[in-house]
Design a protein around this ligand. Structure first.
Ligand SMILES: Cc1ncc(COP(=O)(O)O)c(C=O)c1O
Length: 398
C-alpha cells in the first residue's frame, strides 16, 4: 500500500535505492521521453548497434557465406533458445527462436492437435490477443475435424471435457494486464486430459516463469516486448521435452530436417526442438534479440517483478483522485498480484488523451474503444517517470 503523503522526492529516493537502476544505462532512451510502452516494443539495448554493425561489417561483409559456420549463424535459434529457456523456467533443448509469435502458435496448436488425438476441441478465451484467435480459426479451417470454441474466461472450467485437446491463453491479458494463474490453470486443464498452451508475450522478462515447474506442454512468446529484441524480433516456441519426438511439424522445412545439408528430398525431422524450424534463421534480427536477452538474463526477475508491482501501485495511488471523481474508470484488476506489468484506465476520450500525452512525450498505448494502457519495464523505467506521467494526466484532466 502506498501512502497518500508521499511526494516526488520520496519517489526519487526509491529510484536512488533501486538495485535495478544500473540497467537503464544499457538502453538507448531519450531522456526527454517517458516511455511506458515497453509492453508493445521494448527499448533498444545500446549493445544492439555495435553488434549489428559487427555482423554487417565483419561477419557478413568479410566472411560472406562462411559466416554460417564460422560465426555459428546456423546455431542461433538453439543458442538463443537456450538463453530464453532460463528466463521462462524451461530446459536447454526445449526452446527455439524463429518466425513470429503467430506462426509459432500455429505450430503449437497443430502439435497439440496431434498429441491429444483423438480429442478435437481447442478452447480459447474471447479477450485474448486477436492474432491468437485468428491463428486458431485458421487451424480449424485447415483441419475440419478441429472444433474451436472461443469463450469468456469464466466459462472455461465448465467447458473442459473428454473432447478437449488443448486450451490456449495469454498469461497476462494484452489489454487489461490480468495475470492468469499458470500453475492452477495448467493443472486443471491437464486433469481433464488436455494440453495447455501459454502465450508469454506479456510476461517473459518481467516476472519469474516456471514452465516446467507448472508442467506446461507448449508455449510461445514475442521477442520484441520485455525481451527488447527490436521491431519484429523473432519469437520463441517451447515444447516440453516429453512431447518432442511425437510431433510431426506442420511446417516441415529444411532447417528442421535431421540433416539439412544432406539436401535429402525426403523430410526427416531433427531429433529435438530444431524440428520446429522451417526456413533460414533471420541472423540480423536474432543478433539484435540476443543483445536484449543478454541484459534480461543478468537481472534478478524477483526484483524485476517487485519493482513492476510497485510501479503499478504507484500509478494507481496517484490516479486515485481521478478514479474517485469518476473522470477515469479502472480497466485492470485492483490487486498488484493480479496484474502483469501494465495497467489500464478507461476514458471515453482515451484516443485523444493518449495523443496529447504523446505530444508531451509520455508514451503509452490507446486500445479501442476506450483503453489507456501503460506498461512498466523495470529494467529502464524509473519511479519518477510514473509520477510525472500521472502528473501529466492529472493536468490534462484538470
Ligand atoms: C499476446 C500476444 N500474442 C501475439 C502477439 C503478436 O504476434 P506476432 O509477433 O506474430 O505479431 C502480440 C502482440 O502484441 C500479443 O500481445
Amino acid at each position: 500500500m502506498i501512502s497518500a503523503s508521499i511526494n516526488r522526492d520520496t519517489v526519487a529516493g526509491w529510484d536512488a535505492a533501486d538495485p535495478l537502476r544500473p540497467f537503464r544505462e544499457e538502453f538507448d532512451l531519450p531522456d526527454s521521453v517517458i516511455y511506458l510502452d515497453g509492453n508493445s516494443l521494448g527499448a533498444r539495448p545500446k549493445a544492439a548497434l555495435p553488434r549489428l554493425l559487427q555482423i554487417l561489417d565483419e561477419e557478413w561483409g568479410r566472411d560472406l557465406i562462411a559466416g554460417w559456420t564460422r560465426h555459428d549463424w546456423t546455431g542461433m535459434p538453439e543458442r538463443i533458445g537456450t538463453r530464453i529457456a532460463k528466463l521462462i523456467g524451461a530446459g536447454a533443448g526445449e526452446v527455439t527462436v524463429a518466425d513470429s509469435t503467430s506462426i509459432n502458435l500455429f505450430k503449437a496448436l497443430c502439435a497439440a492437435r496431434q498429441l491429444a488425438a483423438p480429442r478435437r476441441e481447442i478452447l480459447a478465451v474471447a479477450d485474448d490477443f486477436p492474432t491468437n484467435l485468428h491463428i486458431a480459426q485458421g487451424v480449424a479451417r485447415i483441419f475440419p475435424d478441429v472444433r474451436l470454441r472461443i469463450l469468456g474466461k469464466a466459462a472455461l472450467p465448465a467447458a473442459l471435457g473428454p473432447d478437449t485437446a488443448a486450451v490456449m491463453m495469454t498469461q497476462a491479458n494484452f489489454r487489461t494486464g490480468e495475470l492468469h494463474d499458470m500453475a492452477d490453470i495448467t493443472a486443471r486443464v491437464q486433469r481433464h486430459g488436455a494440453l495447455m498452451i501459454w502465450d508469454l508475450s506479456h510476461t517473459a522478462g518481467v516476472l519469474p516463469i516456471a514452465l516446467n515447474g507448472c508442467h506446461v506442454d507448449l508455449a510461445v512468446g514475442c521477442g520484441y516486448k520485455y525481451l527488447n529484441g527490436g521491431p519484429g524480433a523473432p519469437a520463441y516456441l517451447f515444447v516440453a521435452e516429453r512431447h518432442q519426438t511425437a510431433i510431426d511439424p506442420p511446417l516441415s522445412g529444411w532447417m528442421g530436417h535431421a540433416a539439412p545439408f544432406d539436401f535429402d528430398p525426403v523430410y526427416k525431422p531433427a531429433p529435438g526442438i530444431r524440428r520446429h524450424l522451417a526456413g533460414t534463421p533471420a541472423v540480423l534480427s536474432l543478433a539484435a534479440l540476443e543483445t536484449g536477452i543478454a541484459i534480461a538474463e543478468r537481472a534478478d526477475l524477483v526484483l524485476v517483478r517487485e519493482k513492476s508491482r510497485r510501479m503499478g501501485e504507484l500509478f494507481v495511488a496517484r490516479m486515485k483522485p481521478l478514479l474517485e471523481s469518476g473522470a477515469f474508470r479502472p480497466g485492470s484488476p485492483a490487486g498488484a498480484d493480479q496484474r502483469g506489468s501494465q495497467i489500464c484506465f478507461l476514458h471515453a476520450d482515451a484516443a485523444r488523451l493518449m495523443q496529447r500525452l504523446a505530444q508531451d512525450n509520455v508514451i503509452g498505448d490507446f486500445r479501442p474503444p476506450d483503453v489507456m494502457r501503460f506498461g512498466f519495464a523495470p529494467l529502464y523505467n524509473r519511479y519518477v517517470e510514473v509520477w510525472d506521467a500521472v502528473e501529466m494526466i492529472r493536468k490534462m484532466a484538470g
